[in-house]
Design a protein around this ligand. Sequence first.
Ligand code: MRU
Length: 352
Amino acid sequence: MSELLQTVEWEAGRVRLIDQNALPAELKYVELEDWRQCAEAISTMVVRGAPAIGCTAALAMAMAARMLIATDRTLFLQRLETVASALKAARPTAVNLAWAVDRLMRLATETQGTTADLKEVIQETAVAMLQEDVEINRRMGRFGADLLPEQGGVLTHCNAGALATVGYGTALGVIRAAKEQGKQIEVFADETRPRLQGMKLTAWELIREGIKVTLIADNMAAALLQQGKVQCVVVGADRIAANGDTANKIGTCALAIVASHYHVPFYVAAPVSTFDMNLPNGSGIPIEERNPEEITHIAGERIAPVGVQVWNPAFDVTPACLISGFITEQGVLKPPWPDSLASLQTRNSAAT
Ligand code: MRU
């Protein structure tokens, strides 16, 4: 088994990221020296996946704080707030980004002392968030592994693995933990059009670790479930509203509908930082729309006819009624929604 991937790292004041746009052809790293480069890496998806972009944004805040020239505390906080807003705008749907940035902004505001003290506490906390992320994923993995069959197929969508987090993963973390317990799991990864994270990232990550993975095109999921090849579906999430409605990579809702039709359990693995208790339901979740070229072009080549209109939402919202359970670091939550979600301890989350 290969060494666990570390997607986001802090090295002597620099941020080191796996360049996910280069995978699977090449495992290469980029080093960033400035918070603006981090914002760019988030919007161009060099780094992607809700927890990974949250942690990258946290390190970007630490970089910005280090470089801010403001002896006056009020001015320092004002300038940091400008950075925080720019980072949050880099990708709007995944609430982990706003959660991480707001957590550091709140910490800076509440910390007494000089601007030097604030810089230190921001950096310490941002760096600690990396380790925290891996530990949370491992806890989620342990809770979620119990839900997986002793033997059978698990379908996942997009990439909710080590590459979408600092390491280990959410949905793939659950699969890793089940494998560690000796369960005989075969993973089915769909391609995840248009950016193909399932094919390029999930399949690569699992092959690298010797976990059996079969690739399918997105339109094959219904046939796969109809033939009984899948015993459960596990996906990640970008934002979960207080009633359980869940935003995740476009195509997730279709999988949940198919799973419900064939009575296959559909689980969402997500840390508490992905729950946005400020939103009563999914209708308020901002859905990022991306460049039409992600659809009209494949590997840089235009496939679609010139002049065609394109709709390219990066995420969809799965209604809570289609979700069999949420796997969090605090345990597994089961319906009825929204009652069971009220038990979540969301301190330091988007809700606070
Ligand atoms: O557009 P992406 O690749 O950032 O989308 C990622 C997803 O939708 C993941 O499923 C989600 O962020 C959870 S990652 C643990």
